[in-house]
Design a protein around this ligand. Structure first.
Ligand SMILES: Cc1cc2nc3c(=O)[nH]c(=O)nc-3n(C[C@H](O)[C@H](O)[C@H](O)COP(=O)(O)O)c2cc1C
Length: 410
């Protein structure tokens, strides 16, 4: 069954034409200028497949043609990749029909970043490499990694330059994803954007928050506009707080960005990619699934996870974190929600989903809006005296070498 039918497509209206020209990421032409944000523990091959199917369906609804959107893997640490850990090797897998094959790398060291990129390029494992400089997790920033790294201009430049050079051997474009900076007084995005542009990246994406904000407050879209006005020769992508197709269109209008990066908005709502493709093609069609159609999507997501992990138990453990997002706003009681959040087999999942009333209509506003991480702002954990200089000292070089040893998503 097609994703749009599964999700109950709203009546399609008139097409007014594409909102933006196709997004060019190096040699790739992305017809619908939408990027699935890399999300650790979420954007594995299974979830990307689901989003891709919905994005493709939106292309049909919107009437656009060519490549659809870009779906980025969750971040993979360069060091783990160079060591070929089984987990990182699984995370870089793509479906045979996934194109372009996009991989996000996290690195704190130019030599390791180069080795990881060389491996991806020479072994033909990716068509696009994104670099993560946005991770705000304390255990990462405490060592100077993630969103703390662009503060050290020379290190940032060296990592980006090394990966761009390796990508260039096979015409693999490299992009940079970053935050505004460490906090409101230590902003890095404008100089980092210019450095990335000069080093030859194919696009830069900005999450309009500082590391200190984590996921709190609202994303600052003015900063995205500033970056767009500053970095002029490559596409600038806007990221942060896109919860609907209308938000995406508004971000483009308000910032002039060349495309949007969507993260939490599609959690438990992969059909957002149908809406986004339709919206950027200029049609008002939006997906408003019934509870039965949402249950079908949840079932499909779990089946794709079974294929990804090669084992049902692991797939069921993974899908548990998605349950609350899928059911957001629907009148499903706490008993069923709690049972689904503990599901341990496909049979149990089927039995529980069968108890839901498939005819319950899309609840509208209650199901929309913010989902996923929120939290509060904080003081960013940094290495001692990190902020004193924008060049990397010998002492900090040693600290940062440890930053890749234990990381999670950003
Ligand atoms: C669960 C989770 C995991 C994330 N993992 C990554 C990651 O691996 N790499 C990265 O660059 N950003 C990561 N992010 C940040 C998102 O890519 C995105 O920048 C952020 O969520 C803001 O966009 P949004 O408002 O559309 O969610 C993660 C975010 C979440 C919620």
């Amino acid at each position: 069954m097609s994703p749009a039918r599964r999700a109950g497509e709203a009546a399609s209206g008139e097409t007014t034409g594409a909102v933006l020209p196709p997004l060019r990421i190096g040699r790739h032409v992305i017809e619908s200028p939408v990027v699935l944000a890399p999300m650790a523990g979420i954007t594995n091959r299974a979830f990307r497949r689901l989003c891709r199917e919905y994005g493709n369906e939106g292309r049909v609804i919107g009437g656009a043609s060519g490549a659809t959107s870009l779906y980025v893997s969750e971040m993979i640490t360069s060091r783990a990749l160079v060591e070929r850990t089984p987990e990182s090797m699984r995370l870089i897998e793509h479906d045979p029909d996934e194109s372009p094959r996009s991989i996000q790398l996290y690195s704190v060291d130019p030599a390791t970043a180069r080795a990881a990129a060389r491996m991806l390029v020479t072994e033909d494992r990716a068509d696009h490499i994104d670099l993560n400089f946005g991770c705000p997790v304390p255990k990462v920033t405490r060592k100077g990694g993630g969103s703390a790294l662009p503060w050290k201009k020379d290190l940032f430049k060296a990592i980006v330059g090394a990966v761009v050079e390796e990508g260039g051997r096979r015409d693999i474009p490299v992009t940079v994803k970053m935050r505004k900076g460490i906090d409101d007084v230590h902003l890095t995005y404008l100089d980092a954007g210019l450095t990335a542009e000069a080093e030859g990246v194919a696009a830069v994406a900005l999450h309009g928050r500082t590391a200190a904000q984590a996921y709190s407050g609202t994303a600052d879209w003015t900063a995205i506009r500033m970056l767009k006005e500053t970095v002029t020769s490559i596409p600038v992508l806007g990221n942060g707080d896109i919860w609907s197709a209308e938000d995406a269109l508004r971000m483009v209008r308000e910032t002039g960005c060349d495309g949007v990066v969507v993260g939490r908005g599609c959690l438990g709502r992969p059909w957002l990619f149908t809406d986004l493709a339709a919206a950027f093609a200029g049609t008002p069609a939006r997906v408003t699934p019934t509870l039965g159609e949402v249950a079908d999507t949840l079932r499909t997501h779990t089946a794709y996870l079974c294929d990804f992990y090669g084992e049902e138990e692991r797939a069921c453990r993974d899908i548990r974190k998605h349950i609350a997002w899928y059911l957001k706003g629907f009148p499903a009681g706490s008993t069923i929600r709690n049972s689904l959040a503990l599901v341990d087999s496909m049979a149990a999942l089927e039995a529980l989903l069968a108890t839901l009333d498939p005819e319950v209509p899309w609840p509208g506003e209650a199901a929309e809006g913010q989902r996923g991480r929120a939290g509060s702002s904080r003081t960013v954990a940094l290495p001692d005296r990190w902020l004193e200089s924008r060049e990397l000292s010998e002492e900090h070089r040693r600290t940062i070498a440890e930053a890749e040893l234990s990381v999670s998503g950003g």
